[in-house]
Design a protein around this ligand. Structure first.
Ligand code: CTP
Length: 413
C-alpha cells in the first residue's frame, strides 16, 4: 500500500532527532501523502520550518493564533483555529520525534501550544515515535505516561538502542524513518470492517461488597477486554465497554460504562446487548456474592473464625443467550462470544461452557494470563472447530477474536 490520498499531520518536537523528521517528510511525500507539519517552538531551535515547508509543499504551523498563510493553499489555510481546522481531514497524526515533554502533556490533557491542543481534538489514529536520553526514557514518569497513552489507544514506534547524541549508550534513539513509514502504512491499512456494527464488551473483575470496607473480587486486569475494545474501535465499530474496576485508562472514542458488582454489570449488559451486533464477555464476573451485606463494618471482635455465607450470582452470558429467540441459527444477531478461564482440562471445560451457555464462540485461556500483556488461548466455535492460538499479545488476540466473530456475523461460517 502507498499513502496516496492520505492526509498526514506530522508534529515535530524539540529534540536533536528533529532533523530525521525531514527525511520522514520526504518519504511520506514520495509515498503519495499530503503532509502538514506542525512544529513546537522548541523544534524550531533545532531545524528551520522552511525545511519542512519545502519538503512538504505546505505551510508549516507552529502558533495557535497566527494569521492564515496566503493562497494557493487549500486545506488548513483558514488558520484562525489551526488546532481544529488541521485535524478535520487528517488520516493520522504522527509525532516524530516525541519528547518527554509532549508525551507528558498528551498523557495529562495539557493543551498549552498548537501541537498539544491539536492532539486533543484529533479523531484519527495517533502514532508517536519517542526520542530522548535513555535515562529520561526509562524514568518512571515517562514510562507511566507512555502506558497511559497506549491505554488511550495511541500507537508507538519504540526508540532504538545505540549511541545517543549526548554520548550515552542506551534506548532512546529515534526509530529509523523507514520503520516509521512502515508503521504508518500498516495503521492506515487497518480494515474498517466493523463500520456500522455495534460491539459490546465486558472487561475486568467485579467486586462483591461484604461491608463498607471489604469486598470479594479477583485479580483480572481487564487488559484483554480493553484490547478488544481498542481494536474494535480502530476497525470502525461503535464500541460499548462495560467494565469493572481496572487501572486502565478509558480508550478514547468509545462509550464507557463503569460498574462494580456482578449485579451492576448484569443490569448494564441486559440494557445494552440487544443493540449490539457482537457481544464479547471478557469480564471475570464473580460467581458468588455475600448473602447479606452489612452496612456497618464487621468488627473482628474475639472470634477466631468467621463464616461468610455466599449466594450464586446470575450467569450474565447464559441470561443474554437464553433471551435471544431462534438462538440455534448462528447468524442471528448478536453474535455472542464468551471466555473460559481454566486451570485444567481447558478444551473439555470450554466446550461444555460453549454448549451450556449457548455461545457462538468461546475463548479459553489459562489463569496464567491474568495481568499479563500476552495470552495463549484456544478458540472453539459451535461446530466444534478448535483453534489453538500460540502465546501472542492481547492486542493480536483481540484482532483474531474480532475476525472470527465477524466471520460468523457475515454468515460465512
Ligand atoms: N460469566 C458471566 N456471568 C457470571 C460468570 C461468568 O457472564 N456470573 C461469563 C464470563 O464473562 C465468561 C464466561 O461466563 O465469558 C465464563 O466464565 P468463567 O469464569 O470461565 O466460568 P464460569 O461460568 O464462572 O464457570 P466456572 O467458574 O465453574 O469455571
Amino acid at each position: 500500500m502507498n499513502l496516496k490520498g492520505k492526509t498526514i499531520i506530522l508534529g515535530i518536537c524539540g529534540g536533536i532527532a528533529a532533523y530525521k523528521a525531514a527525511e520522514l517528510t520526504r518519504l511520506l511525500k514520495k509515498d503519495g501523502a499530503d503532509v502538514w507539519v506542525v512544529m513546537t517552538r522548541n523544534a524550531k531551535e533545532f531545524i528551520l520550518p522552511l525545511t519542512f515547508q519545502t519538503l512538504s509543499g505546505n505551510p508549516v504551523y507552529s502558533e495557535m493564533f497566527s494569521t492564515p498563510p496566503a493562497p494557493p493553499y487549500k486545506w488548513g489555510e483558514r488558520g484562525a483555529m489551526p488546532h481544529i481546522d488541521l485535524t478535520k481531514k487528517c488520516d493520522i497524526l504522527l509525532i516524530v520525534p516525541a519528547t518527554a515533554n509532549i508525551i507528558g502533556k498528551f498523557a495529562n490533557g495539557i493543551a498549552d501550544d498548537l501541537l498539544s491542543t491539536l492532539y486533543l481534538s484529533v479523531k484519527a489514529p495517533v502514532l508517536i515515535a519517542p526520542a530522548m536520553n535513555s535515562n529520561m526514557y526509562a524514568s518512571p514518569a515517562v514510562q507511566e505516561n507512555i502506558k497511559r497513552l497506549k491505554g488511550f489507544g495511541a500507537n508507538f514506534v519504540e526508540p532504538e538502542s545505540g549511541e545517543l547524541a549526548c554520548g550515552d549508550m542506551g534506548e532512546g534513539r529515534l526509530a529509523g524513518p523507514d520503520k516509521i513509514l512502515k508503521k504508518v502504512r500498516q495503521l492506515l491499512s487497518v480494515k474498517k470492517d466493523l463500520k456500522g456494527k455495534t460491539v459490546l464488551i465486558t472487561a475486568g473483575p467485579t467486586c462483591e461488597p461484604i461491608d463498607p470496607v471489604r469486598f470479594i473480587s479477583n485479580p483480572s486486569s481487564g487488559k484483554m477486554g480493553y484490547a478488544i475494545a481498542r481494536a474494535a474501535k480502530m476497525r470502525g465499530g461503535d464500541v460499548v465497554l462495560i467494565s469493572g474496576p481496572t487501572g486502565i485508562p478509558v480508550p478514547s472514542g468509545i462509550r464507557f460504562i463503569s460498574v462494580s458488582s456482578a449485579a451492576d454489570m448484569r443490569r448494564e449488559v441486559l440494557k445494552e446487548f440487544k443493540n449490539s451486533d457482537i457481544s464479547i464477555m471478557a469480564a471475570a464476573v464473580s460467581d458468588f456474592s455475600p448473602l447479606r451485606y452489612s452496612d456497618k463494618k464487621i468488627k473482628k471482635g474475639e472470634k477466631k473464625t468467621i463464616t461468610l455465607e455466599l449466594k450464586k450470582n446470575p450467569d450474565i452470558l447464559s441470561e443474554i443467550t437464553s433471551s435471544i429467540v431462534n438462538r440455534q441459527s448462528s447468524i442471528v444477531n448478536p453474535i455472542v462470544v464468551g471466555f473460559a478461564l481454566e486451570t485444567e482440562d481447558m478444551i473439555k471445560n470450554a466446550k461444555k461452557k460453549l454448549k451450556e451457555k449457548n455461545l457462538d464462540l468461546i475463548v479459553a485461556n489459562h489463569v496464567n494470563g491474568f495481568g499479563s500483556d500476552f495470552n495463549k488461548a484456544i478458540i472453539i466455535d459451535r461446530k466444534n472447530n478448535v483453534e489453538d492460538i500460540p502465546l501472542i499479545s492481547k492486542e493480536e488476540l483481540a484482532e483474531i477474536i474480532l475476525d472470527r466473530a465477524l466471520r460468523i456475523l457475515s454468515g460465512k461460517d
